[in-house]
Design a binder for this molecule. Structure first.
Ligand SMILES: NC(=O)c1ccc[n+]([C@@H]2O[C@H](COP(=O)([O-])OP(=O)(O)OC[C@H]3O[C@@H](n4cnc5c(N)ncnc54)[C@H](OP(=O)(O)O)[C@@H]3O)[C@@H](O)[C@H]2O)c1
Length: 289
């Protein structure tokens, strides 16, 4: 029988996932573990992180509760605080002895008409998404440079490319995430570090559920999405596994859009058919209005 290529095997790799206790970060952490990596997840709410670590261990069946060498660990982490970031990266080194993959998934959202947007609001969003990703990338990058190997994955967004109305601070930050991604890709490749981004479409999570589920905004998004549904966390996690894996060894500075075709759609063709039988998700959205 032909030997199988281990293209997506992450055995021996260690990852830090910021914002890894919920939503896309959690789905990504889970997928990385299922592909062989050891993972440290972190966010500000330590109870949530602890619960997520337990759930990850259960779902991936990797660690016995009393295991002396766990595959999943958690840490309290605030990406807006440099000392907290340094502590988290050190925790990864203490637990696992190396650091190969950083996923910057910590994020916050603010919807506000732009006339009412305070500079302080704007700066807070920027500090989490952009400066936070930079802080984590620098702290992880120093360790990766020592190993001459590493991979950074930033979470961009559809709003890195098009306006999503009344989320100007978020959109500006997500545009900047692309600039940061390209800068790191260009500067750090010589240190063996690849940097890429994933731009997810619309995945209902804590950050956006109230904005897009059973709302007029959500209906309009679905009308514009050729696949006529929202995505799932595991569909973003697949892209992260790919970018972290040997299969993506020549991919650097790229932004992988994972959106069910939203960005490809000029005129939402689904508008024509959801008025008839339509997709279940679009119908449900319509019925609830
Ligand atoms: N869901 C989508 O449709 C979508 C689409 C495009 C892009 N994204 C991006 O994907 C990333 C993950 O979002 P999500 O959908 O998974 O939302 P989520 O479930 O709300 O996850 C975001 C996580 O970030 C953590 N966080 C917020 N501020 C932090 C800070 N200062 N330091 C450390 N952790 C922090 C939050 O936990 P704590 O409150 O405990 O800190 C939370 O667990 C974000 O960057 C988001 O912008 C999401």
């Amino acid at each position: 029988m032909a030997k199988r290529e281990q293209w997506f095997d992450l055995s021996g790799k260690v990852a830090v996932v910021t914002g890894g206790a919920s939503g896309l970060g959690y789905a990504i952490a889970r997928a990385l573990v299922l592909h062989g990596a050891k993972v440290l997840i972190g966010s500000r709410t330590t109870d949530k992180v602890e619960a997520a670590v337990k759930q990850l261990r259960r779902e991936t069946e990797t660690d016995a509760a009393d295991s002396s060498s766990p595959v999943v660990a958690g840490v309290g982490l605030d990406v807006t605080n440099e000392a907290s970031v340094a502590k988290a990266m050190q925790r990864a080194m203490d637990h696992f002895g190396r650091l190969d993959v950083l996923v910057n998934s910590a994020g916050v959202m603010l919807r506000k008409p732009t006339f009412e947007l305070e500079p302080a609001d704007f700066n807070r969003i920027y500090d989490t998404h952009v400066t936070g990703s930079l802080r984590c990338a620098q702290a992880a990058g120093h360790l990766m440079r020592e190993q001459h190997a590493g991979c950074i994955i930033n979470l961009a967004s559809i709003s890195s490319f098009v306006d999503l109305i009344e989320v100007a601070a978020y959109a500006a930050a997500k545009n900047a995430v692309l600039g940061l991604t390209r800068s790191l890709a260009n500067e750090w490749a010589k240190h063996g570090i690849r940097t890429n981004a994933i731009a997810p479409g619309f995945i209902p999570t804590e950050i956006n559920r109230s904005m897009i589920e059973k709302t007029d905004r959500g209906r309009r998004i679905l009308e514009h999405t050729p696949m006529a549904r929202f995505g799932e966390g595991k569909e973003i996690a697949g892209a992260a596994v790919f970018l972290a894996s040997p299969a993506a060894s020549f991919i650097n500075g790229h932004t992988l859009v994972v959106d069910g075709g939203y960005m490809a759609s000029g005129i939402g063709d689904s508008v024509a058919w959801w008025t008839g039988s339509g997709s279940p998700q679009v119908q449900q959205q319509q019925m609830q209005q």
